[in-house]
Design a protein around this ligand. Structure first.
Ligand code: SAH
Length: 417
């Protein structure tokens, strides 16, 4: 079936007065803005009409989600198969950096054939061989995340329309980076709402695991057991910053997961590195990664909230990168208390001159609120603190100006006086 045929699309008509939402090019069109609908209920794509019947947007459709359309095109722009291919190719090109050449066959907008890209792409990108290839709204492809881990790709699809276009997306990813295999993770909660299967799938050869290289360091990524898509690529630059600050310092890496911050700190000449995570499999992964890089560290399976209260150790550089405490808007107060608590007790482990990288990856937690939480933690900890830098996600995680919700990771480099 050709999902792009007009007859195969859902037609949704906006309620009067809701046109403004679309004029702002926000890609999420909610059920509450829709007056009438027609066409196949399970269509992959939908056209959005204004109350006068003019098409004003088109995009991925969902009959189950509150987000009924994830708009890709607006106004007169046509949504065709070429639109999707161009968006994916643009996303790939964006990662390659301007000074770096790609083999692009003449008269072909695709990024090289399978063989030439298999030979060359790992050396072409400024991100080594691991990066977010497609970042949903930030690459104008709402509902789709693709990460590259050396010779495998991990795809996470959040919308029923995107799921129906899987063959097209897989074809584009294969054309672009020719991975040995593609792991379809299929585990985000949104898929339940979309009534999509939650079982993962492996399309490829060998094991769905890879060893990646990042800023000259090496990490093991196991797609099936890994958290999220397997490795937190968004922290790449903040890890590099950690390496540059670590020389001679006693480093505590709270919520260490893969131990990546710890590995960077050790590579930067830290006097000691302690990784703390409540998950024993995460700690095993951190051990593997330190071993891969020939670096020493200590490893503790513990609840970080307990650890910071009980330890008698003191540190000169502390990383605090917890999971998202606010999963929904209603969670914000509870999450703010969690962030305050962990930061307060972490600050007590620091002496004057020490530095701390502290993060929130909760999309619902604004930068402003996070700063207030850190302020109140510093007050209660009795520490004089300034922030030296604001920290954010790496540039392979672009954020659409029209969808600021995509900016979830925020952090500060703090210094104790
Ligand atoms: N800093 C990591 C990513 C952290 S992800 C990196 O750069 O890769 C969050 C981690 O926090 C997970 O590994 C999870 O197991 C751990 N975690 C969740 N709750 C915890 C708790 N209460 N105490 C310690 N670790 C916890």
């Amino acid at each position: 079936m050709n999902h792009f045929e007009p007859a195969n699309r859902r037609i949704l008509t906006l309620k009067p007065g809701k046109e403004r939402l679309v004029a702002n090019r926000h890609p999420w069109i909610f059920a509450g803005a829709i007056a009438r609908e027609s066409g196949p209920a399970n269509a992959a794509l939908a056209d959005l009409l204004d109350p006068q019947g003019r098409r004003i947007a088109s995009g991925f459709h969902s009959q189950h989600s509150q987000i009924r359309v994830r708009a890709l095109t607006f106004g007169d722009e046509e949504l065709t198969e070429a639109t999707i291919r161009e968006r994916i190719n643009a996303a790939v090109a964006r990662r390659m950096g301007s000074g770096l050449k790609l083999k692009v066959p003449k008269n072909d907008t695709r990024l090289g054939d399978r063989q030439s890209s298999a030979l060359s792409t790992s050396d072409l990108t400024p991100f080594d061989n691991a990066y977010r290839l497609i970042n949903a709204e930030g690459d104008e492809l709402s509902g789709l995340i693709v990460d590259r881990y050396n010779d495998i790709a991990v795809i996470e699809i959040a919308n029923a329309g995107v799921e129906q276009l899987r063959p097209l997306i897989i074809d584009c990813v294969q054309q672009a980076i020719a991975p040995r295999g593609i792991w379809l993770k299929n585990d985000i909660p949104a898929r339940k709402i979309e009534t999509l299967p939650m079982d993962p799938e492996w399309i490829g050869e060998g094991e769905p695991a890879a060893e990646i290289r990042e800023n000259g360091l090496h990490f093991h990524v196991d797609a099936p057991s890994g958290q999220k898509t397997g490795f937190f690529l968004d922290q790449r630059e903040n890890r590099a910053l950690t390496r540059s600050l670590a020389a001679g310092r006693r480093v505590l890496n709270l919520f260490s997961y893969s131990g990546a911050f710890g590995v960077y700190a050790a590579a930067g000449g830290a006097a000691s590195v302690e990784n703390v995570d409540s998950s024993s499999s995460a700690i095993e992964l951190a051990r593997t990664n330190h071993a891969l890089n020939g670096s020493e560290a200590t490893f503790t399976v513990a609840d970080a909230f307990d650890y910071v209260r009980k330890t008698t150790a003191r540190y000169d550089l502390l990383i605090c990168d917890p999971p998202a405490f606010a999963k929904s808007r209603g969670d914000i107060d509870r999450a703010a208390r969690g962030y305050k608590d962990i930061n307060l007790f972490a600050m007590k482990l620091l002496d004057p001159g020490a530095q701390m990288l502290t993060f929130s990856c909760s999309g619902h937690m604004s930068l402003d609120l996070f700063q207030k939480v850190i302020f109140s933690a510093a007050q209660d900890a009795g520490r004089r603190i300034s922030f030296v830098r604001r920290l954010t996600a790496a540039p392979d995680h672009p954020v659409s100006l029209f969808c600021p919700e995509g900016e979830y990771l925020k952090g500060f480099l703090l210094e104790v006086h």
